[in-house]
Ligand binder design. Structure first.
Ligand code: GLC
Length: 464
C-alpha cells in the first residue's frame, strides 16, 4: 500500500515537473530587459522522461534544505558582492582586495559541521562570482586564489571537507565576469554607460571578443566538473537579455549546458541560462529573496523550485548591514517553502579571514536546534494533499512515503486545535518529544503551556 502510494505520488510529481585551523593547515533572474528573440532547439543528450527526471532529482527534493555560500574578494570591502559595480570600481581599483585576500582562519571542516548541524544536506559555493575572481587553481587565469596571500586551492579544501560530512556539492559559476578582458561592457557592468545605446557600447567594446570569453567559460566549467569528483549541482548566474544586456547567445548557454551534462550526467542545473522555454534547459526554478504565494508554475504546470535567501540584505559578507532575519522567521521560511513543495537555499557570506561571523553562526545553530528534533517534517516532505485543510495559524507538510501529516504551530493555540480531518487520524504526537496529542470532538488537545520548542510540530499518523 505504502509502495503504491509512493509510486502514485512520484507519477503525480513527474507530471508536475514539466519542464587558524589545524585540519585545514594540514590539508593545504534578474528580470529580462527585453523578451528573448530566439529559442534554441535543445533536447537533453539522453531523452530523459519526466519520470526519469524526477528520479534523478529525488535526493534533492528529499533534502529540502541547503547552504549557499558567497565567498570571494568582495568579503574584504564587506559592503556587498556587487560593490565593484555599485561603486563603479575599475579593475585597477579593485586590485587591493586581491593583494590582501588572506583567509588565515579558513577551516572548511568547521563550515561543514555547522551546515550539517543546521540540517543542511547540500551546499552551493561561488567558485567565481561576477567580479571574476576564481576560488580554485584554474589554469586559464591568473586571477585566482592561488596567486593571493591565500596561496592554495580553497575549493579543493572546501569540497573535501563538505564531502566528508556527507553533504552534496554544488558549484555556483558566474556567467558575468567584470575582470575578463574579452567580456564586453554592458548595462550591468561597473563601467556601464548611463543611458548607453548599443552603438555607445560598440565603441567601448572595440577589440573585445566574446567568443574568447565563451571558450574561457567552457574551459573553466570543464575544470570544475572534471577535477573535483562528483558535482551534484551547477548554478549558472545570470542572464539579462536585451540590446545592451546578455542572454543565451552571448553565453552559448546550450553549449555550456551540454558540456555540463556530458561531464556530470546527473547534475542539477538552475534556470538562469536564459533557456526557460527550452525542454531540458533547466531543472529548478529559483525565486530569489521572496516568498512565493504558491508552488510556482511554468506554462501552467507546477515546477521543481528552490528559493535562495540571505540572512541579511547581501550575499557577500556585509559588515554594516543590520537587517538580519530572526531564527523564528527563518524557520517559518523553511517550513512554508516545504509546504509549497520547494527547497530553501540559505546563504552565508563568510568573512575575508574565512569564518562565518557570529550572527550567521547564531542563526545556523538556532535552526539546527529545531531541526535536530523536527527534521522529520522537512526531509522527504511536500505539500499536504488538498483534502487536508490547513488549520488556522499553522503550516502543513506531508510525507507521502510514510503517509504522515505535520502540523506546524506557527502561532501556538490556547489548548484546542480544530481540524476537519479528525476521522483520518490514526494517532498524533508532538514531534519534538514523541508525547501523545489526544483528539477530542474534532480537535487536537495541546498543553496550554507552549513546549520549549520554537515551532512545535504535531505529527499525525494518517489512516491507510
Ligand atoms: C543574483 C546576484 C548575485 C547573487 C545571486 C544569488 O543574481 O547577482 O549577487 O549571487 O543572485 O541568487
Amino acid at each position: 500500500m505504502r509502495h503504491h502510494r509512493l509510486i502514485t505520488a512520484m507519477m503525480a510529481a513527474a507530471v508536475l515537473l514539466g519542464t587558524g585551523c589545524p585540519a585545514a593547515k594540514a590539508q593545504r533572474a534578474k528580470k529580462a530587459a527585453e523578451p528573448v528573440k530566439t529559442v534554441p532547439e535543445f533536447t537533453l543528450p539522453s531523452s530523459e522522461t519526466p519520470e526519469q527526471k524526477l528520479e534523478r532529482m529525488k535526493w534533492w527534493t528529499d533534502s529540502r534544505f541547503g547552504m549557499f555560500i558567497h565567498w570571494g574578494l568582495y568579503s574584504l570591502p564587506a559592503r556587498h558582492e556587487w560593490v565593484k559595480e555599485h561603486e563603479r570600481i575599475t579593475t585597477e581599483g579593485y586590485q587591493k582586495y586581491f593583494d590582501h585576500f588572506d583567509p588565515d582562519l579558513f577551516c572548511p571542516q568547521e563550515w561543514a559541521k555547522m551546515a550539517k548541524a543546521a540540517g543542511m544536506k547540500y551546499v552551493v559555493l561561488t567558485t567565481k562570482h561576477h567580479e571574476g575572481f576564481c576560488m580554485w587553481d584554474s589554469k586559464y587565469t591568473d586571477y585566482k586564489c592561488t596567486n593571493t596571500p591565500a596561496g592554495r586551492d580553497l575549493l579543493r579544501e572546501f569540497v573535501d571537507a563538505f564531502r566528508a560530512e556527507g553533504i552534496r556539492i554544488g558549484f555556483y559559476y558566474s556567467l558575468i565576469d567584470w575582470h575578463h578582458p574579452d567580456f564586453t561592457i554592458d548595462n550591468r557592468h561597473p563601467q556601464r554607460i548611463d543611458g548607453g545605446k548599443p552603438e555607445d557600447y560598440a565603441k567601448v567594446n572595440v577589440g573585445k571578443d566574446m567568443s574568447v570569453y565563451r571558450q574561457y567559460m567552457k574551459d573553466q566549467v570543464t575544470e570544475l566538473l572534471t577535477n573535483y569528483g562528483q558535482i551534484d549541482i551547477i548554478w549558472f548566474d545570470f542572464s539579462y537579455p536585451g540590446e545592451t544586456g546578455k542572454g543565451h547567445e552571448d553565453w552559448d548557454s546550450v553549449g555550456l549546458l551540454k558540456l555540463a551534462k556530458s561531464l556530470q550526467p546527473n547534475i542539477i542545473v538552475d534556470d538562469r541560462l536564459d533557456l526557460k522555454d527550452t525542454w531540458g534547459g533547466w531543472d529548478i526554478f529559483t525565486p530569489e529573496q521572496y516568498k512565493v504565494d504558491k508552488c510556482p508554475e511554468w506554462n501552467g504546470q507546477k515546477v521543481t523550485w528552490e528559493t535562495c535567501q540571505t540572512f541579511s540584505g547581501s550575499w557577500g559578507y556585509y559588515r554594516d548591514e543590520a537587517t538580519w532575519k530572526s531564527v523564528p522567521q527563518l524557520l517559518e521560511l523553511l517550513i512554508e517553502t516545504v509546504s509549497k513543495e520547494g527547497n530553501l537555499l540559505l546563504n552565508v557570506g563568510p568573512t575575508s579571514r574565512g569564518q562565518f561571523d557570529q550572527r550567521a553562526q547564531d542563526r545556523l545553530s538556532g535552526m539546527g536546534k529545531w531541526m535536530s528534533v523536527n527534521s522529520r517534517s522537512i526531509y522527504g516532505c511536500t505539500a499536504a494533499p488538498e483534502q487536508y485543510t490547513t488549520p488556522q495559524r499553522t503550516l502543513l507538510t506531508y510525507n507521502p512515503e510514510k503517509n504522515r501529516l505535520y502540523i506546524h504551530l506557527i502561532d501556538y493555540p490556547l489548548d484546542k486545535l480544530s481540524v476537519d480531518f479528525a476521522d483520518k487520524i490514526e494517532y498524533a504526537q508532538f514531534l519534538h518529544d514523541g508525547s501523545e496529542i489526544r483528539l477530542s470532538k474534532g480537535a487536537l488537545t495541546v498543553p496550554v503551556v507552549k513546549p520549549d520548542c520554537e515551532v512545535p510540530v504535531i505529527e499525525v499518523f494518517l489512516k491507510d
